[in-house]
Design a protein around this ligand. Structure first.
Ligand code: GP9
Ligand code: MN
Length: 429
């Protein structure tokens, strides 16, 4: 009910962080292209197998002086996987403890999402393209509530058996067929391209394999570098096209990994990949790091050590675009702000900060990875404080979604989305 909304507003007001004004509006009016890197973990960046970089194109982007890269950026998804990542990026609201928020609440909830905000405040055309079924994760409904004007799922693409693997079109084919749609989007646009080839179980036809599988002997792990390499090449092709057409000069690119590729059930193989003797639960928490990169001609880049997560992408993006980010119901913070809180929640209540981490019932020293055995009372109080803060934040976000609280929130700067304005439900996929 409405009083829940007041609690949320109060919490967000107390925890508000002013964005970094040096970056406010540096990408104003640019197109925004969000490239969803399926199951792409941070450890892949710079990773070499048999002496070769697995992802040379993404590595180059990561180190470019025109890229803001984040070395300690964590995925924060739960069971909703990709859809939780999307929920966080579009709304700065967490996914749910169980199930998928987009599936359970995407059809009927009110949202104040990135596409609607950018359309209303920046005149953006908004679209999602994905070479998989439109109904997966309830996208065909949820995107309407998010205010996406266009959604091009698989039914908009030419499909053949050799084009497709796993959940959708192979990334190179998906990107190359997306071009004709991208070219027709009125600018500035806010466009999300969702890749899918680098998805468990990491299958790829021989012809597209350009690096040997790893040799841990864990079958569901060893193909990961091959599909990651393929995704990297697809990104390379997309960037080359953007350069050729000049679109790169007018566009802010946002790259993010949605969640792990190698789950916590593969400690032995993970240790081998990282050339470590063992792989602890703390290592597995650090394994949740994924890339976040903002790339644009002229952007003052650098590799940032700030700890953050998917919840923080929208506030960071809105600041770069110079779009209002006050009085919003968003749980994240501008990652470029020197006051960013750097407390990164995991959906299960675990967390990591530059100093401390929690996995299950165990606390760790983030710097050393050592368990904190018998911390002194002062540290103990800090740990409990952090733990409570994380739980509070998650449960307040849950209340926003489960209580559909945004229907009560009517800020001056936002007009409610009318889903009947959008018609892409007719797609047959
Ligand atoms: C399918 C895709 C996969 O459309 O986005 O979702 P995931 O299994 O990674 O959650
Ligand atoms: Mn995914």
């Amino acid at each position: 009910n409405v009083s829940d909304l007041h609690s949320v507003k109060k919490y967000l007001k107390i925890n508000y962080v002013k964005p970094n004004s040096n970056y406010t509006g540096v990408a104003k009016g640019k197109n925004v292209m969000v490239i969803h890197l399926e199951s792409f973990q941070q450890f892949l960046i710079g990773y070499k197998w048999k002496g070769k970089e697995v992802t040379p194109n993404i590595n180059k982007l990561y180190h470019s002086r025109n890229t803001l890269s984040f070395a300690n950026f964590y995925n924060q998804v739960g069971q909703g996987k990709t859809s939780d990542a999307e929920m966080m990026l579009e709304n700065s609201l967490y996914g749910l403890q169980s199930g998928s928020a987009m599936s359970s609440y995407g059809t009927s909830n009110t949202f104040e999402s990135a596409p609607a905000i950018l359309h209303q405040q920046g005149g953006y055309t908004t679209a999602v393209m994905h070479g998989g079924a439109g109904s997966f994760w309830n996208r065909n409904n949820a995107y309407k509530q998010f205010g996406y004007q266009y959604f091009m799922p698989l039914s908009y693409y030419q499909n053949k058996p050799e084009y497709y693997v796993g959940y959708g079109l192979k990334d190179k084919i998906f990107f190359s067929q997306s071009i004709k749609y991208i070219e027709r989007l009125p600018q500035p646009f806010y466009l999300k391209l969702i890749t899918v080839t680098n998805h468990y179980p990491y299958e790829l036809d021989k012809k597209n394999q350009s690096i040997a599988p790893t040799d841990t002997g864990d079958e569901t792990v060893d193909g990961y570098v091959q599909t990651a390499r393929y995704l990297d090449q697809a990104v390379g092709e997309l960037l080359a096209w953007m350069k050729k057409t000049g679109l790169d000069k007018k566009t802010l690119l946002v790259f993010y990994g949605d969640h792990y590729g190698i789950s916590g059930n593969h400690h032995k193989a993970s240790a081998e990949l990282l050339k470590q003797d063992d792989f602890t639960n703390f290592d597995n928490l650090k394994f949740q790091r994924v890339p976040l990169m903002f790339h644009m001609k002229g952007l003052k880049g650098g590799i940032k050590q700030t700890y953050g997560g998917e919840i923080d992408v929208l506030p960071t993006l809105l600041n770069l675009l110079g779009v209002n980010n006050k009085n919003t119901i968003q749980f994240g913070h501008d990652l470029l702000s020197s006051a960013a809180p750097q407390v990164v929640a995991q959906r299960n209540g675990d967390f990591i900060t530059p100093k401390y981490a929690k996995v299950g019932g165990t606390y760790y020293d983030t710097k050393t990875g050592d368990e904190l055995v018998d911390p002194n009372p002062k540290v103990r109080a800090q740990l409990v404080g952090l733990s409570n803060q994380v739980t509070t934040e998650l449960s307040l976000s849950d209340r926003v979604i489960a209580g559909n609280l945004l229907r009560f929130y009517k800020p001056k700067w936002f007009k409610k989305v009318k889903t009947q304005d959008y018609d892409y439900n007719s797609e047959k996929a």
